[in-house]
Ligand binder design. Structure first.
Ligand SMILES: [Zn+2]
Length: 137
């Protein structure tokens, strides 16, 4: 009789599953969270969907200005939505995109960087009494 696979709790497996999306410009597959979703407005104007939750069909791109440029140049948006997408706002969108990329990089840093410093230094910085050693701020 074949060995049974370990019965992992379902929720444990679920939490490890990462949703991958394909960039319409370079075809790279990346986790959804690392991509930027674009949506098509009623007016057929292209827009960034920052929340990733706007209704309608969205397309995904790497969080990179070059992929955005490629997608515009090669008509990838037109192909994705099978229509003539209005990209007259491309400069504005690219600006928004760059801001979004910066914000994300900042947030990422904020989460992953931990400073371990001496207790007295931590107290100086935070202005609070620190009881734990080493202190994490
Ligand atoms: Zn890409």
């Amino acid at each position: 009789m074949a060995k049974r696979k370990a019965n992992l709790p379902t929720n444990k497996r679920e939490s490890k599953r990462i949703t991958l999306r394909t960039c319409i410009a370079c075809r790279k597959k990346l986790p959804k969270k690392e991509m930027v979703r674009f949506v098509l407005r009623q007016s057929k104007q292209l827009a960034i969907d920052e929340s990733g939750k706007s209704g309608g069909r969205g397309v995904n791109l790497c969080a990179s200005a070059s992929c955005f440029e490629d997608a515009v140049e090669r008509g990838s948006f037109n192909r994705a939505w099978k229509t003539n997408v209005d990209v007259s706002d491309r400069d504005k969108i690219e600006e928004e995109l760059e801001k979004l990329i910066e914000q994300r990089a900042f947030r990422k840093g904020e989460r992953s960087v931990t400073f371990r410093v001496d207790k007295t230094v931590a107290e100086e910085i935070t202005g609070k009494a620190v009881t734990k050693q080493p202190a994490t701020i």
